[in-house]
Design a protein around this ligand. Structure first.
Ligand code: NI
Length: 272
């Protein structure tokens, strides 16, 4: 029977500090930056737990959402309003990065069969950074959010508004410039590093995205871009170009997915 996926979101707050006992102060500072500051800093985490299962014929549910919420609250009691390094038993040696916290939550929740089959855990440290776990194998995905604005002359058939535009031939470029505040989601994945607790070096990822994508497109006319100008400047072509620009530039990690929100109503995603 086909399975239904159900996602429950729940918030908690916690503090953490990054340090590797095997390293000296200078190396900790160089690798972890401000995240190494004593005594630590806090985040309002948002946890999304996705479970999968068949719909029970009697209840019409995969799992009772109220029960799931109670279990998540019970599990999070150990973490909520705690200093993860000092007040929990999980991070005395392991660094409490989003990847590792999500991994710990995966291991705890996978021992609770009453929630059904655990499909995915996504933990948001904030709106710009989240980690995703889908297996118990010590691998994670990291999703980072970026912004840029750009202008383009969209093909006529993409512009529903305005009689003058509608009267143009399909595929023909309209003259008016259209602008968007693009939201870019870059997903990279791989094993969680034992020394850093991270899938990738986030500042290096940020630099790669900044250099390859943001600098290239931000506050520019996409029609003037050397590659995009050869194609229709659609979201589909832009998201594929961003993938091509990033796939070789992301540092020591696998690019898994590029998502591009063009407007409230349009989102493009590409996996090369
Ligand atoms: Ni932090």
């Amino acid at each position: 029977m086909a399975r239904v996926f159900l996602t429950k979101r729940i918030e908690f707050a916690a503090a953490h500090r990054y340090y590797n006992d095997a390293w000296d102060e200078a190396r900790n500072r160089a690798v972890f930056g401000a995240c190494h500051n004593d005594p630590g800093h806090g985040h309002n985490y948002m946890l999304e737990v996705t479970v999968a299962g068949e719909v029970d014929a009697q209840t019409g549910m995969v799992v009772n959402l109220y029960d799931l919420k109670q279990i998540l609250k019970e599990v999070l009691e150990e973490f909520d309003h705690k200093h993860l390094n000092l007040d929990t038993r999980y991070f005395t040696r392991m660094i409490p990065t989003s990847e590792n916290i999500a991994g710990v939550l995966w291991r705890i929740l996978s021992t609770r069969p009453e929630i059904g089959v655990l499909e995915k855990i996504r933990l948001y440290e904030d709106d710009d950074l989240s980690a995703e776990i889908r297996t118990a194998g010590g691998a994670a995905s990291l999703i980072r959010r970026y912004h840029f604005s750009a202008a383009c002359r969209p093909p006529a058939d993409r512009c529903a508004e305005g009689d003058s535009r509608r009267s143009r031939r399909k595929g023909e470029a309209v003259q008016d410039l259209d602008g968007h505040n693009y939201v870019l989601h870059v997903t990279v994945g791989g094993p969680i590093g034992g020394e850093t607790g991270m899938v990738t070096d986030i500042p290096a990822l940020d630099r790669a995205v900044q250099e390859q994508v943001v600098t290239r497109f931000n506050r520019k006319d996409l029609g003037q871009d050397p590659e995009l100008s050869q194609l229709a400047p659609t979201g589909e072509n832009l998201v594929r170009l961003i993938w091509r620009l990033l796939v070789k530039a992301v540092p020591d990690v696998r690019l898994e997915r590029v998502g591009l929100r063009e407007s409230r109503d349009a989102y493009y995603e590409y996996v090369g």
